[in-house]
Design a protein around this ligand. Structure first.
Ligand code: LAC
Length: 306
């Protein structure tokens, strides 16, 4: 049973995630928001608390800059870190955010040693791998959120093109949470039928390209900060999947240890999610293009971490 959830970083993603938790997971007893920036987390916590009169939850909400409050959390979500500015790649963020996450990981390891950790901080797959390294937690307890977000973007963009109800569209992206993500037509079905029954090959190529560039497109329009509505909901879906322990399947960034023939990096792959985190990685045969993409991910990890 998940009783305590902590969110590190109280920016737009962290605070929206907190709102989803108090709105939809009434059995969570403790919700903690941590932010090292002044009294931000305290302010956010008070604002969230004031929705109690409308929502009627019992959850205790704590906002603080002091990590001691995360003690014995069942789930810790890491959203802390600098967000992308226009023209920046997620990789540009690696150095800054790796430093931040090193400290965060040390606190989680010390204070919440049995927690499931959900990683949001960009560059998400690299940071997810580093959290595994820093905490030394079993890799099944470290879940990177990126492809969950990209998959919702994929469904949205397919809906825009085909006008089919989103509930009838099943599809996911995998590999990296970056413009090099893998958007394969064999992982997209509309009521079990191939997407090419609903749009032309040229349209499919446009959909694939649009999904890959969606995060950057939003950053370009926002000017300040990056997307948060869809990212916080993606994150909430993972938190909820852990709480409900129903074996939902999400493309989660997981540290690979031989699955798909690869090891030594983290990438989005379909995973069965339960109370223990990743219950199972769902393997499938990679085609040649997908294998090539995985080789490139491996090389990117080697180049960046060397
Ligand atoms: C995005 C950021 C959150 O894709 O990575 O919008």
């Amino acid at each position: 049973m998940v009783k305590k959830i902590s969110i590190i970083g109280s920016g737009s993603v962290g605070s929206n995630l907190a709102f989803h938790i108090i709105s939809h997971l009434p059995l969570v007893k403790d919700l903690v928001l941590i932010d090292t920036a002044g009294d931000l987390a305290r302010g956010v916590a008070l604002d969230l608390e004031d929705t109690r009169g409308f929502l009627g939850f019992n959850t205790k909400i704590t906002g603080s800059k002091n990590y001691s409050h995360i003690k014995d959390s069942d789930i810790v979500v890491i959203t802390a870190g600098a967000a992308r500015k226009q023209g920046m790649t997620r990789l540009d963020l690696f150095k800054i955010n790796c430093k931040i996450v090193k400290q965060v990981s040390a606190n989680i390891k010390k204070l919440a040693p049995t927690a499931i950790v959900v990683v949001v901080t960009n560059p998400m797959d690299l940071i997810n791998y580093m959290v595994h390294k820093f905490t030394q937690f079993d890799r099944r307890r470290i879940l990177g959120m990126g492809s969950v977000l990209d998959s919702s973007r994929l469904v949205n963009i397919i809906h825009q093109k085909t006008k089919v109800c989103p509930d009838s569209i099943e599809g996911y992206t995998f590999g990296l949470h970056s413009k090099d993500m893998i958007v394969s037509s064999d992982k997209i079905k509309i009521k079990g039928e191939p997407i090419t029954k609903f749009c032309s090959l040229a349209d499919l190529a446009k959909i694939q390209q649009k999904v890959k560039m969606r995060g950057a497109e939003i950053v370009g329009f926002l000017k300040k900060g990056s997307a948060h509505f869809a990212p916080s909901l993606a994150c909430f879906n993972l938190v909820q999947a852990v709480c409900h322990d129903r074996g939902e399947i999400f493309p989660v960034s997981a540290v690979l240890k031989g699955e798909f023939g690869f090891k030594g990096f983290s990438a989005g792959v379909p995973c069965v999610i339960g109370r223990e985190g990743i219950r199972e990685i769902v393997e499938f045969e990679l085609d040649e293009a997908q294998k090539q993409s995985f080789l490139e991910i491996k090389k990117m990890f080697q180049d960046t971490l060397r």
